[in-house]
Design a protein around this ligand. Structure first.
Ligand SMILES: [Zn+2]
Length: 303
């Protein structure tokens, strides 16, 4: 994943020599950044999709990569808690572009407009309790193409600030990416329409952006992201929900054990969907390919 020295890249333009080294946390977000940087440079990816970013702890090679960054684009502490302190300590001089504010509410107003009905129920979190779940609609934002287009614009603006020489390229790329994302949204809406009204159980609470955007039922999640395994009472509740569910969605990064327990004795359809696209080639096309694979996997629920 290391960039070759610029001198070895054919057709490197004078402008691209100015491009900072950009490090991104997860592959779908890296893909969006790669789209914005097209023709200028290529971002580096910090985490592969083999582990859940919620429980990830940094390896030495990843720390070294972070130390080399001129710009760090990351989703936020709600997704990768390990980066919360690491960005400041390992890359103190890098521009930190945090796409979803996971702890403070200072920036949260920015995300309210798309999820008005979601936010209405969050009054109970207003005082101090800033857990991942309160922001579940936003933290896996890349699963919503429209929200992704907004983040692409934010990424382009941040890169332009760090690298004014290539600002025009970033802006033009972001506009092209937004058009593609709008088309992807229409495609996803068609693909997911048959799932409306379906009761489902999921391995973790990754799917809120799809639920909100495409009008799906809110699933019962075994893992509410950063929290630990559910207790006995919650497991009993999940088993009850599962008995009446049409589909169970597991993820490659989540252990199968708990889902097996929840589904025991039921004949619920099981599909595997990967919100991180671990098997999808990393690069500009990763994001759309991951969402298409998710839609195809979820379609298996109603076949
Ligand atoms: Zn998650």
């Amino acid at each position: 994943m290391r960039l070759a020295p610029l001198a070895l890249i054919p057709f490197a333009t004078a402008a691209s020599a100015e491009a900072p080294r950009v490090v991104v946390d997860v592959a779908p977000v890296h893909s969006l950044v790669a789209q914005v940087m097209a023709g200028v440079g290529a971002p580096e990816l910090l985490l592969d999709g083999s582990v859940s970013p919620h429980g990830w702890s940094m390896r030495p090679a990843q720390a070294a990569l972070l130390e080399s960054a001129g710009v760090v684009v990351w989703t936020g502490p709600g997704l990768t808690p390990a980066l919360e302190d690491a960005v400041g300590t390992l890359a103190p001089d890098a521009a930190s572009v945090e796409l979803v504010a996971g702890e403070g509410h200072e920036d949260h107003e920015d995300h309210d407009h798309d999820h008005g009905e979601e936010e209405a129920g969050h009054d109970d979190h207003a005082e101090g309790e800033h857990d991942h779940h309160a922001h579940a609609a936003d933290i896996h934002f890349w699963l919503d193409p429209i929200e992704s287009a907004e983040k692409v614009a934010a990424i382009a603006a941040a890169l332009a600030e760090a690298d004014p020489t290539n600002a025009a390229a970033y802006a033009a790329n972001a506009e092209a990416a937004a058009a593609d994302l709008t088309a992807l949204d229409r495609e996803m809406a068609v693909a997911l329409a048959p799932l409306r009204g379906m009761a489902w159980v999921t391995a973790h609470d990754a799917w809120a952006p799809l639920v909100v955007r495409y009008g799906l039922e809110e699933p019962a999640a075994i893992h509410v992201s950063a929290t630990g395994d559910p207790g006995a009472a919650r497991m009993a509740e999940l088993r009850e929900v599962a008995a009446g569910a049409a589909c169970a969605v597991t993820e490659p990064q989540e252990p199968a054990r708990l889902m097996e327990t929840v589904l025991e004795g039921t004949e619920v359809v099981q599909v595997v969907a990967d919100p991180l696209g671990a098997d999808v080639p990393v690069g500009p096309g990763h994001h759309a390919a991951t969402l298409r694979a998710v839609a195809a996997a979820l379609a298996g629920c109603v076949e």
